[in-house]
Design a protein around this ligand. Structure first.
Ligand code: ZN
Length: 118
């Protein structure tokens, strides 16, 4: 069953998704630079200072968690844009019914209606 979104609404969602993608790409670039910086520090620190080393390890792990989250979000964004192109955006992946508009507005990446969300 087709979603009840009109052309303008779809355009609005596409625009929001593009903006989100841009922000995610920026965040990713920053994170990659940060990780590179930490790696550089770790290489220079040597064996002596274990406290500093483990602190840097923690920082690196946190960044990787963010990085992974952002990579997944980028994949979700691209999938949502593809659904807009295919005309299936706004349809619940489980039951095929239209996803509530307020839910989509709050998060254009969701793929299930309130009932199927569990
Ligand atoms: Zn559903």
């Amino acid at each position: 069953m087709a979603a009840v979104l009109n052309h303008d609404e779809l355009e609005g969602f596409a625009e929001a998704l593009h903006e989100l993608l841009e922000a995610l790409h920026e965040a990713l670039t920053d994170e990659l630079n940060e990780i590179e910086h930490v790696r550089h520090l770790l290489r220079r620190t040597g064996q002596g200072c274990s406290e500093r080393q483990s602190a840097l390890d923690v920082a690196r792990r946190l960044n990787l968690a963010h990085l992974q989250h952002h990579l997944l979000s980028i994949a979700d964004c691209n999938a949502a844009l593809e659904r807009i192109n295919r005309g299936s955006f706004g349809c619940c992946h489980q039951c095929g019914e239209a996803i509530e508009l307020n839910r989509l507005r709050a998060d254009p990446l969701i793929i299930t209606c309130l009932c199927c969300h569990g």
